[in-house]
Every structure is written in structure tokens, then in C-alpha cells.
Design a protein around this ligand. Sequence first.
Ligand SMILES: C[S@@+](CC[C@H](N)C(=O)[O-])C[C@H]1O[C@@H](n2cnc3c(N)ncnc32)[C@H](O)[C@@H]1O
Length: 295
Amino acid sequence: MVRTVQDALKDAADRLENSGASTPLLDAEVLLCEVLQIDRLYLYIQRGRSLTQEENDAFEAFLEKRIQGVPLQYIIHRQEFMGLDFYVEEGVLIPRPDTEILVETVLQWVNAEQAFKGHQDILKIVDLGTGSGAITVSLAKYIEKVQVYSVDLSEKALAIGQKNAQKHGVLEKINFLKGDLLHPLDEEDLFGKIDILVSNPPYIPAKDIEGLQIEVAKYEPRMALDGGPDGLDFYRRIVAQGDQLLRPGGRIALEVGHDQAEAVKNMMVAKNKYANINKHKDLAGIERVVTATVI
Ligand SMILES: C[S@@+](CC[C@H](N)C(=O)[O-])C[C@H]1O[C@@H](n2cnc3c(N)ncnc32)[C@H](O)[C@@H]1O
């Protein structure tokens, strides 16, 4: 059956809407653009053109996946983060725009403050739970003299992180380490030597995961989401050891769930090893990042 771009889009948007997709027309457009390898603007210029059988089949295959609830980013294998294009696939968390605040906080420190500006040596940054490498690769790209140590327990995440590092030409500025949170850093004898510790750890309370959108609950890796019974397990472990990993005066920056900032701040206060403990809000006024300096 020969269809025009316009007809294919209309049919796809209707089917996606019936499947419960929240942005059916946009999803259809993105998928068709991927098949045709064109920009969205050209989609409308070409709306009268007929799809070849091959294009139609490829579009149908993409559409079927999206109707099943597979996130768009896993179908087109792409997500933009900090102005960079990241490769993603099932098995690795899709980077979220919220996490850009965490990266921007670190970049502000590095660019504006005397403690980091004009740093003679190479700045040492640790990223715990690196996933696709979104945080790690952005920091390596935007900071000139830096070595990032990126830890993940997932073999697949590390492979994709490396792929993204290579894609953006920063592989040499990153050490990818497989293991459980701070363990590999201890093995590499990095305790006491790190300038900045950054992490977006799993923070969803285990019991809430099934109730998330199907795209997240069914297709994103549980290992990237599950923060234990109250969602705070990783913060307890990171706060407990972060002061030993960081040099005195080193900084910590943690992304937190929408209602977790106060609890994480309190952990830092109770530890008695952190000063300048601050909560940072996103554009919607939600506290998304907690930062502190090691005493
Ligand atoms: C919320 S995701 C963050 C991914 C990425 N940093 C981002 O912001 O898009 C958390 C990551 O932590 C990793 N992870 C889970 N448990 C871990 C552990 N015990 N040690 C190291 N990494 C772990 C997961 O595999 C996942 O990649």
C-alpha cells in the first residue's frame, strides 16, 4: 500500500493516541524523521511525497515498538543532554533533563571559584552510577583539565558510557570502573584524592517502581531506579564514605528525588564531616540537588 507522508503520520498518530501515548503526533513525527533521515521541518515540506515500501515497513516496525510502550529514545537510540547527543539502548537509563542541573552546578564551581579555577593539576572527579555516561562525558567535554572516574555495576552501562565518550572525543579523560559504588575507587587507591564527587544514584523507593509510567517501569533498568525501601539507600552509603573519598575542601553534588533533599541534607549534617550544605532548586522550584564541602 502506497501512502503519503501526511497519511502515514495521521494514521500513526491515531494509533499512538489509542495506545495511550501522551504526545502521539510528536512521537510519530520523530519516528518518521528517523526512518527518512530528515529534520522535522522537512517532514512538512515533503508531506505530499509517497513512502517507499521499505520506508513504510521500517516506520511500521518503529511504530509497533512505540505502541508496546518502548521509549522513543530506545527506538531511535538517541537522547540529547547538555547539548550533546548520547547513544542509548535498553539496559541503560535514558538521561533526564533534570540531571543537567547537577552538571551545571559542577561546571559553575569549576569555572567560577578560586578553589578550582586555575587548578594546576588535573581536576579529579568521580561519577558514581555513570549509566550512559551523560554526566561523565559532559564534564569531560566542558572541563579542559579533568580526569573523570566513572563507576557502574552494570557492564552494559559501562560499554555504552565508553561508546559515548568515544563519540565525543573524551575517552582519554575518563576511567571507567566496574564495581559497587566506592569499592573500585578504594582499589584504585583514590581515597582522599578526589576534588569533586557527583552522583545521580538510583533513588525510587522499591515499592513505587511498578506504579511508574510503563515506559519507565517495564523498559528502563531496575538497577538504575531502585533506591531500596525508602529510596535513600545509595545516599546513606555515599554520604557515609564520601568524606573519605574527597580531599579536604572537596565537593559533593548529589541529584535527589523530588521529596528527598531534606533527608539527604540531614544525613550530611549528622555525619559532621560536611560544611556549606545546600539544596538547589530546578526551574519548577523543586529541590533536585544537594551539595556540600568536605571539612
Ligand atoms: C539513576 S541511574 C543514573 C545514570 C546516569 N548517571 C544519568 O544520570 O543518566 C543510576 C546508575 O547507577 C548504577 N548502579 C546501580 N547500583 C549500583 C552500584 N551498587 N554501584 C555502582 N553503580 C550502580 C545503575 O546501573 C545506573 O547506571
